[in-house]
Design a protein around this ligand. Structure first.
Ligand SMILES: Nc1ncnc2c1ncn2[C@@H]1O[C@H](COP(=O)(O)OP(=O)(O)OP(=O)(O)O)[C@@H](O)[C@H]1O
Ligand SMILES: [Mg+2]
Length: 255
């Protein structure tokens, strides 16, 4: 008698909504849980705002605490800027729904009064140890490293080493049960990552653009890669509004 073929048990992909209006519609409801994504863009493209909005929404709308590792901006300034969008980070920090790690002060040799300070900011392992400790403490589900371009990779001249260290970081974050965004600074709009290897060792790449056409610049966003799922392959316009980033999923930008 012919036996009925059993379907292999496939673990269902759980989605993590970013809560950024319009973005989750581009990827079936959000990022895939426990994966690490690269968020690339030139200076001023909107990476830090997107990343912060992801953590803010996580804490406020989805009850998912987050960790923000700030490598090039001081947490004090980030808190001030966030207030422009009505995001009170301090209140979330007091409730242990958000942890801001100052990975900037020690690097430039100034004191920090922050609760979490990365005293060896160029040592990627030390940063990972700190993330592990905070994750246990606040049961974080989301993480952001802003930016990943400046956490010591640039000291590693060897592309193979950069690739390995980044793979170690992204995999560690995934094993910890974190869904993460690593921002990545690019110089040329045509590049997809700074060293040309970061996008290979992360599960997905979201690219943000701030392109000039004649006398005006337009903001747009694209899901360049998202392993394990279908997603929009178009470039969509977005705005930075008084409430944060709003993506227009039904519109597209032609270049
Ligand atoms: N309250 C606001 N309302 C509207 N636009 C804003 C507001 N605050 C910042 N912006 C815009 O967002 C830009 C900064 O965005 P963001 O800090 O996210 O960029 P970034 O990609 O992280 O840049 P960098 O690589 O330099 O850190 C500003 O240059 C400005 O154009
Ligand atoms: Mg930034």
């Amino acid at each position: 008698m012919a036996r009925k073929k059993e379907k292999p048990a496939v673990e269902k992909q759980e989605r993590v909504p970013t809560g950024v209006p319009g973005f989750d519609e581009l990827c079936y409801g959000g990022l895939i849980r426990n994966r690490t994504y690269l968020l690339t863009g030139t200076s001023g493209a909107g990476k830090s705002i997107f990343a912060l909005q992801y953590l803010y929404n996580g804490a406020v709308k989805y009850n998912e605490p987050g960790i923000f590792v700030a490598t090039e901006e001081r947490p004090k300034e980030i808190r001030q800027n966030a207030l422009n969008f009505g995001w009170n980070l301090k209140a979330l920090e007091d409730e242990n729904k958000l942890a801001m790690v100052d990975a900037c002060a020690a690097k430039i040799g100034i004191p920090s009064k922050e609760k979490y300070v990365d005293v060896r900011p160029l040592d990627i392992r030390s940063m990972m140890d700190q993330i592990i400790t905070i994750q246990e403490k606040i049961d974080a589900k989301r993480a952001v490293v802003d930016s990943s371009t400046s956490i010591g990779f640039y000291l590693l001249r060897d592309l193979g080493k950069i690739r390995l260290e980044l793979l170690r970081l992204s995999t560690t974050l995934e094993i910890l049960g974190l869904t993460s965004l690593l921002t990545c600074e690019i110089i040329e709009e045509s590049d997809i990552s700074r060293f040309g290897v970061e996008n290979f060792v992360t599960e997905g790449t979201i690219a943000m653009y701030y392109k000039r056409s004649e006398n005006v610049r337009t903001r747009s966003i694209e899901i360049y890669k998202m392993r394990g799922t279908d997603h929009s392959n178009k470039i969509h316009p977005f705005e930075i509004t008084p409430d944060g980033i709003v993506v227009h999923p039904k519109e597209e930008v032609f270049t």
